[in-house]
Each structure stands twice: as structure tokens, then as C-alpha cells.
Design a protein around this ligand. Structure first.
Ligand SMILES: C[S@@+](CC[C@H](N)C(=O)[O-])C[C@H]1O[C@@H](n2cnc3c(N)ncnc32)[C@H](O)[C@@H]1O
Length: 284
């Protein structure tokens, strides 16, 4: 069977209209997942526009404005909900000139994200050695048994368990259920003086001591979404530290030329990946 065009139909005058029709006959579907960075909305609009154009469905300026608005809303929602968020743009181009697209935001809560790490990553998740600064500060205690420590956001317990093995009474507040449970189990196996509270740091301080010599947050502050949370840690420390006790935490420092955009941030609370309802749009 002849599968190439007859030479009389293969010249530019015939080929161009055929190629144009080819795009109308093409059926395409796809999904673009992008991190929810509201400041990059223009890049995201350009990316969609390029893809849609390559499928023969060029968007007008008005249609791109609609897309920009929808992306802007979803980006803002996802970004406010969690640092671990994305937007998903799915599109479908049936025969013709139509392109339907859907945009939705999706995010993990903090503990949901860590439960997912446990399910999908190889341990040790945060290293196997205790934080050197924490270890050195606690090591200043002449008698570890009279130097109680509070580990906020203890994770797998690389600090809490090592400190307890050295003889410190250690309290742990950890919201991710699997982490809290594994610290509890390991502490019980080795008869360590560790109390584990599985909850959000900010839920209550009622059952915490008022005489900690050291309160630590190792790689936890990066999970916060608002200055109020950082303030909350200082308030907690002001109630729970012994006179002369220390609060120690680390933070990622921005590049020196970075200029932050002020935004209002909300915190997330769901346990599984959450998502917004689909925003749908149709282009003819
Ligand atoms: C990156 S891990 C660090 C774990 C540990 N501090 C270490 O250095 O190995 C952050 C931990 O903080 C916990 N976390 C974050 N925000 C929290 C909050 N508001 N309340 C309780 N735990 C929190 C997370 O569940 C996670 O286990």
C-alpha cells in the first residue's frame, strides 16, 4: 500500500493546509505539575501558552488573562497552605480547536509530608548523629540527670535518644505519629527517661516542665509558615526554661541578595495530600 503522499499533493500549497488540519485532528491530553510559587505565575502562563500553541490551540490575550487569574488563585491557595505544595494543570484537546484545562492546588500537611517520607525514603531521614551544637551545649552539664531537655519536633529522635542515653531527662513533642511512636518504642526498649507527646508544639504547654535547661528545635523552624509560630516558640521557652536555660534552633539563611515579598500566610492542618476543587476552563 502506498503510504506517502502522491508527488502532485506534496508541494507547499497542499501541504500547509493539510498540516493545519492535522493539528485539528490531533487529540492530546497532558498534565503539568509545578511547585506553588506565586511569584512565577508569568512563567507558568508562558509555559502553558507554549504547550497549547504547539497543539494548535493558541490562546488569545483574554484567554491568557483568564488562565493567569486562575493560576494566581490556585498558587496563592497552595502557597498559603503549605511549603510542600504544587499546582496541577491538566488539559485535554479533543478533535477540533477546543482545549479544556483544569487547575488545582495540592499540598501536604507537615505531618502528612513526613509520613510520606517514611513511606518512600531510605533512612536515616535526618542523619544518624546528634546535632553537634546541641550535643556540645548539653555536654556542658556537669550532671546530665539534673539537666532536663525539651526536644521540639524531634523527628526520628537522633538528638532526644542520644541525649537520654547520656543521662538527661528528655521530653519530646513531635506531631508526626510514626516518629513519636518509634521514639517511644526505642526509649522503652532501652529504659530511657524520655516522655513523648505526640502533638503540635503549639497545642499546649500544660504538661511540660518549667525547668528545662535546654530547649531545642533542630531543623524544625523551616516547617513554620508564619512569624507568629516563631514568636510562639519564644513564648513557650519563656514559660518552660529554667533561669539561665537556653533555647537553641537553626534556620536556613536566605542568599544575601534575596528580598522577601511580604505575604500573609496560613497554616495547613490536613493529614493526607489536600487539594482545592478543580478550576475548569474551556478555550474555543
Ligand atoms: C526536618 S525534621 C527534623 C527532626 C529532628 N529535629 C532532627 O533534627 O533530626 C522536622 C520535624 O519537626 C516536626 N514538626 C514540624 N513542625 C512541628 C510542630 N508544629 N509541632 C510538632 N512537630 C513539628 C516534624 O514532624 C518533623 O519530625
Amino acid at each position: 500500500m502506498e503510504n506517502s503522499l502522491p508527488s502532485s499533493l506534496n508541494g507547499p500549497p497542499f501541504r500547509r493546509p493539510l498540516a493545519r488540519r492535522l493539528k485539528r485532528r490531533a487529540v492530546a491530553t497532558g498534565e503539568i505539575r509545578l511547585p506553588a510559587v506565586p511569584g512565577m505565575v508569568e512563567e507558568y502562563v508562558a509555559m502553558c501558552s507554549d504547550i497549547f500553541t504547539s497543539l494548535g490551540r493558541s490562546f488569545s490575550d483574554e484567554q491568557l488573562d483568564n488562565l493567569r487569574n486562575i493560576l494566581g488563585e490556585q498558587l496563592a491557595e497552595a502557597f498559603a497552605a503549605s511549603p510542600r505544595s504544587q499546582i496541577i494543570i491538566s488539559y485535554e484537546a479533543p478533535v477540533g480547536t477546543v482545549l479544556n484545562y483544569h487547575v488545582k492546588a495540592q499540598w501536604w500537611s507537615v505531618d502528612g509530608a513526613y509520613e510520606n517520607w517514611i513511606a518512600t525514603r531510605e533512612p536515616p531521614l535526618f542523619g544518624s548523629e546528634p546535632d553537634a551544637r546541641v550535643w556540645a551545649l548539653a555536654g556542658e552539664a556537669a550532671d546530665p540527670s539534673s539537666f532536663p531537655i525539651l526536644d521540639l519536633g524531634a523527628g526520628t529522635g537522633r538528638n532526644a535518644l542520644a541525649l537520654a542515653r547520656r543521662g538527661h531527662p528528655v521530653d519530646v513533642v513531635e506531631m508526626t505519629a510514626s516518629f513519636a511512636e518509634s521514639i517511644r518504642t526505642e526509649a522503652a526498649q532501652d529504659s530511657l527517661a524520655v516522655r513523648v507527646f505526640q502533638r503540635d508544639i503549639f497545642a499546649t504547654i500544660d504538661d511540660l516542665r518549667r525547668d528545662y535547661q535546654l530547649i531545642l528545635l533542630s531543623e524544625v523552624v523551616s516547617d513554620f509558615r508564619s512569624p507568629q509560630q516563631l514568636r510562639g516558640v519564644f513564648e513557650l521557652a519563656s514559660h518552660c526554661l529554667a533561669p539561665g536555660g537556653r533555647l537553641v534552633f537553626n534556620a536556613f539563611v536566605a542568599h544575601r541578595d534575596y528580598s522577601p515579598i511580604r505575604r500573609r500566610c496560613n497554616s495547613a492542618s490536613s493529614a493526607t495530600p489536600a487539594s482545592s476543587p478543580n478550576r475548569r476552563w474551556r478555550r474555543r
